[in-house]
Design a binder for this molecule. Structure first.
Ligand SMILES: Cc1cc2nc3c(=O)[nH]c(=O)nc-3n(C[C@H](O)[C@H](O)[C@H](O)COP(=O)(O)OP(=O)(O)OC[C@H]3O[C@@H](n4cnc5c(N)ncnc54)[C@H](O)[C@@H]3O)c2cc1C
Length: 696
C-alpha cells in the first residue's frame, strides 16, 4: 500500500510508464501521486528557488575553456575540423556520402570507448556501421566467388548475440540434449547487443555505466522470467545498492537513470534556455513544490504542464486499461496515436504534449505523435511483481548478457559464478569460439546471407554467410534463429517468404544515442539541491544521479564528492512526420554528427546549465563515451499491435511458425523494447524449432 491507501494500481501504471520511457523524470512523478506524501530530507541548497542559479551570463565559451583539448578523445584534430557537423550541412547527403564522411573520421567517429573489455565496442562503432550498410547497399546480393568454406554444420545457428540470441543459445542447449551444436554470430566486438556497458577510470575509481538496456523489474518468482533469472544465477533479483556517504543530509537518488525520485522531494530541477527566451538560461528547482512558479512560460501553459507533471487527468476521464493483450480496450488503443491519447487524458493541447511530453515515447525511440497509444500499456502485459523496486546492475542489463554467457560457457568470464564475480570478472574472449565446444560464440561476424538450401519447406539445411574483416565465410545449419532484429533480418534472409517480408516491412526502428559523461564529482548538482533534472534543447533532455548496485560498485557509498557517470539519452523525434521518415532523419543526424561536435555540444550544455553552480567543463568532465544505436528501438505505429484493415498484425505473422527452418526472435517482435521480451521471444523461437524443425 502507498501512504494514501491506494495499492498496486498506481504502481502498475507507473511501471507501464517507466518502461514506456526508460526515460523522462517528469512522468514518473506524474504516475505516482501517492508518493507525494513521502517528503524526504532536502538537499543543501533546496531553497535556492527559481532563477537563483542562472546560466552563465556570457556567450558560448571557446574550445579551450570547454576543455576540448583535455585529451579524453583519440581524435585527429585536422580531420575533425575538416568535417562539418550534420547540423551544418547545407544539402542532404546520400547514405553513401554520409558513410564516407563518417569513415573519413576513422576511429574519431566512434570516439573513445573507455577502458576494459567494452573499450572497442561503444554502440554501433564505425566498423559495425560500415559492415551493416554494405548489406543494405547490395554488396552481398551474390556471395563472392572467394567465399571461405568453413565446412562447419551446426544444429542451430543464432544470428545476433544480444540478450535474445544468447537466451536462444542457452535454451537450445538446455532443451536440445547432448551432442547438439549451436553457433551464435554477432557483428560487435563483444556480446550483449544493446545490453552492453562502458567502463571509465576516473581518478583511480572504476565506474561502470550502461550503453543501452538499463534496468529490470523484480519478476514473480515462479514466472518464466523469474525461473530464467534463477537459471542464470540471479537467485535474488533485489540487489543491494550504495548507501549515502554524505557530506550533508542525504539526498534522494534513484537505483536507475530513470524515475526522478527527487521530483517528489524538492530535489529536481528544470532548466529553461534559449527555446524559452532565456539567454542565459535559468533553473526552476523543485518545480512541483513551486507549482512551476517562475518558469518562463505563459500562465495557460503552466496550467497544462502542471496537469501532466502531477498526472492529473481531465475531469471524468476513465483510463482505458487493457485487461489482457488483445482485449477490446487494447485494440481500441491501437487505433490512435499516443499523442491523441495523452491530449484526451490531460485535456491539453497538441503543442503542450509536443513540448513537454517528448520523452513519453522514448522507450520506443520517438515522440507520442508517432506511436500507437497501446505502446503505453504493452509493457504491463509482461507482468512484473507489484511493488518490486526497479533494479539495475552497474552496467545495466549487460549484467544479464554476462550471466547468460557465464551459464552457457562457464570459462567465458573469469572467476566464480556469483552475480558479483560475473559483474566484475574479465571476459575470456579465447573461450567464446572454441573448437569442440557445444556452443560457440563468434564475434565481429556480420551475417550477410541466410538462405535455405532448396525450397524452404523441403530443405534439410540453411546456408549462413558472414563477413569478418575482408572475407566472407560460409557455415550450414539445420535450424536458424534470427535474433538480430527486424532491420537486418528482412535484408539478410534472402528467400524470406512474402508474408514475412510484408510483415517486417511494417517494423520501423528509430535511432538513439546514449552519451555517458563521467564527471569527477557531482557537487554542482548538490549545490543546486537536485539529483535529477530536465531540459528542452541541446543534447539529451534529462539526467539522473543513481546509486550503483554493490555487485559492481566502486565504493559502498555514494556522495557528491565522488565521480559518477551521468547518462544522457538522446532520441531523434521529428513530430508530425511519418514514423519511418522520423527514423531516417534521426539516423542522418546521428551519423552525420562527428564525435568532436557532440563532445563540444555536451561540454557547452554542461557549461550553460551548471557553471554558476561551480561546474567547470574543462576540469570536471573526465570522459565522454558515445554509444550510437542506429536502429535502437522499434517504434510501433497505430495498428502495429493488432493489425489494420482486417489483416493480422505483423508480429503475429512472424511469431506464428518458423519460415522453413528459420524462426524469428529479438525483442522487437513483441512491440516491447525490453530484455524480458527478448528472452520470451527466444523461448518461443527455440520451442518452435525443436518441435517443428530439428526433431520434426
Ligand atoms: C537506449 C536503450 C535503452 C534501453 N533500456 C532498457 C531497459 O532499461 N530495460 C530493458 O529491459 N530494455 C531496455 N532496452 C531495450 C533493449 O532493446 C532490450 O533490453 C534488449 O537488450 C534487446 O536485446 P535483443 O537481443 O532482443 O536485441 P539486440 O540487443 O539489438 O541484439 C541483437 C544483436 O544482433 C546483432 N545483429 C543484428 N544483425 C546482425 C547480423 N546481420 N549479423 C550479426 N549480428 C547482427 C546486433 O548488432 C545486436 O548485437 C533499451 C534499449 C535501448 C536502445
Amino acid at each position: 500500500m502507498f501512504e494514501d491507501g491506494s495499492c498496486s494500481r498506481q504502481f502498475e501504471t507507473a511501471h507501464a510508464r517507466e518502461v514506456l520511457r526508460y526515460a523522462s523524470g517528469s512522468r514518473q512523478r506524474a504516475q505516482t501521486p501517492a508518493r507525494r506524501l513521502d517528503f524526504g530530507p532536502k538537499g543543501p541548497l533546496h531553497d535556492a528557488g527559481v532563477g537563483e542559479f542562472m546560466g552563465k551570463g556570457k556567450e558560448e565559451r571557446g574550445d579551450k575553456a570547454l576543455g576540448m583539448e583535455q585529451g579524453i578523445t583519440r581524435r585527429d584534430f585536422l580531420n575533425s575540423t575538416l568535417l562539418a557537423s550534420g547540423a551544418m550541412l547545407l544539402a542532404p547527403l546520400t547514405s553513401a556520402e554520409l558513410l564516407a564522411r563518417a569513415a573519413a573520421q576513422g576511429e574519431d567517429w566512434s570516439g573513445p570507448g573507455g577502458v576494459g573489455d567494452y573499450a572497442d565496442s561503444n554502440g554501433n562503432t564505425l566498423a559495425v556501421l560500415t559492415a551493416g550498410h554494405k548489406i543494405r547497399d547490395h554488396a552481398y546480393d551474390r556471395l563472392p566467388a572467394d567465399v571461405v568454406e568453413t565446412h562447419e554444420t551446426y544444429d542451430c545457428v543464432v544470428v545476433g548475440g544480444g540478450i535474445s540470441g544468447l537466451a536462444a543459445a542457452l535454451l537450445f542447449k538446455q532443451r536440445a540434449g547432448e551432442g547438439m551444436k549451436c553457433l551464435v554470430l554477432d557483428d560487435h566486438p563483444i556480446f550483449g547487443g544493446e545490453a552492453k556497458r562502458n567502463e571509465f577510470l576516473v581518478d583511480g575509481h572504476r565506474l561502470i555505466a550502461h550503453q543501452g538496456s538499463a534496468f529490470y523489474f523484480v519478476p514473480y518468482p515462479y514466472s518464466f522470467i523469474g525461473r530464467f533469472y534463477d537459471s542464470v544465477g540471479l537467485k535474488q533479483p533485489r540487489l543491494e545498492y550504495q548507501k549515502w556517504g554524505g557530506p550533508g543530509p542525504e539526498m534522494v537518488v534513484s537505483t536507475t537513470p530513470y524515475g526522478a525520485p527527487g521530483l517528489d522531494r524538492g530535489q529536481y530541477g528544470i532548466f529553461f534556455g534559449a527555446k524559452f527566451g532565456q539567454k542565459p538560461g535559468m533553473w526552476v528547482v523543485d518545480p512541483l513544490g513551486k507549482k512551476l512558479a517562475g518558469a518562463p512560460i505563459p500562465e495557460a501553459t503552466r496550467a497544462e504542464w502542471m496537469k501532466m507533471l502531477t498526472g492529473t487527468s481531465r475531469p471524468g476521464w476513465q483510463e482505458p486499461r487493457p485487461q489482457y493483450d488483445g482485449d477490446p480496450v487494447s485494440r481500441q488503443l491501437d487505433t490512435i496515436t499516443l499523442e491523441d491519447h495523452l491530449m484526451d487524458r490531460y485535456g491539453v493541447s497538441r503543442e503542450a504534449v509536443r513540448t513537454f511530453l517528448t520523452d513519453e515515447g522514448s522507450g520506443f525511440g520517438l515522440g507520442p505523435d508517432a506511436l500507437s497509444a497501446f505502446s503505453a500499456y504493452a509493457p504491463d502485459m509482461l507482468h512484473p511483481l507489484p511493488n518490486g523496486e526497479n533494479q539495475m546492475f552497474p552496467g545495466g542489463n549487460a549484467g544479464f548478457a554476462r550471466l547468460i554467457m557465464k551459464t552457457l560457457l562457464p570459462g567465458a568470464i573469469s572467476g566464480g559464478d556469483s552475480v558479483e564475480e560475473v559483474c566484475r570478472g574479465a571476459v575470456n574472449f579465447g573461450i567464446l569460439d572454441r573448437l569442440g565446444s557445444a556452443t560457440r560464440v563468434r564475434l565481429n561476424a556480420t551475417v550477410v546471407w541466410v538462405q535455405h538450401d532448396g525450397e524452404p519447406e523441403k530443405s534439410q539445411t540453411v546456408t549462413i554467410a558472414y563477413a569478418r574483416g575482408a572475407k566472407v565465410y560460409r557455415v550450414k545449419a539445420r535450424a536458424v534463429v534470427m535474433a538480430g532484429g527486424s532491420w537486418t533480418t528482412k535484408n539478410v534472409v534472402r528467400d524470406l517468404g512474402t508474408a514475412q517480408r510484408e510483415a517486417y516491412g511494417q517494423f520501423y526502428r528509430s535511432p538513439a544515442m546514449m552519451a555517458n559523461v563521467a564527471v569527477r564529482n557531482w557537487k554542482f548538482l548538490a549545490k543546486l539541491g537536485i539529483t535529477g533534472c530536465r531540459w528542452f534543447e541541446g543534447v539529451g533532455s534529462y539526467m539522473q544521479v543513481r546509486k550503483i548496485a554493490l555487485v559492481g560498485a566502486d565504493s559502498p557509498t555514494i556522495s557528491p564528492e565522488q565521480p559518477i557517470v551521468l547518462a544522457l539519452k538522446v532520441i531523434f523525434p521529428f513530430p508530425g512526420l511519418p514514423t519511418d521518415q522520423q527514423g531516417h532523419r534521426g539516423r542522418y543526424q546521428l551519423i552525420s554528427t562527428s564525435f568532436r561536435e557532440y563532445e563540444r555540444q555536451i561540454r557547452q550544455q554542461f557549461d550553460d546549465m551548471f557553471s554558476r553552480a561551480g561546474f567547470d567543463p574543462k576540469h570536471d568532465i573526465a570522459g565522454i563515451v558515445l554509444n550510437r544505436w542506429g536502429h535502437a528501438y522499434l517504434s510501433p505505429q497505430p495498428g502495429w499491435y493488432y493489425g489494420k484493415d482486417g489483416k493480422p498484425s505483423p508480429r503475429d505473422v512472424l511469431r506464428a511458425e518458423p519460415f522453413g527452418r528459420i524462426a524469428f526472435a529479438n525483442t522487437d517482435l513483441s512491440g516491447n523494447m525490453d530484455h524480458r521480451a527478448s528472452i520470451l521471444e527466444a523461448d518461443r523461437a527455440v520451442r518452435q524449432l525443436l518441435d517443428q524443425v530439428v526433431r520434426g
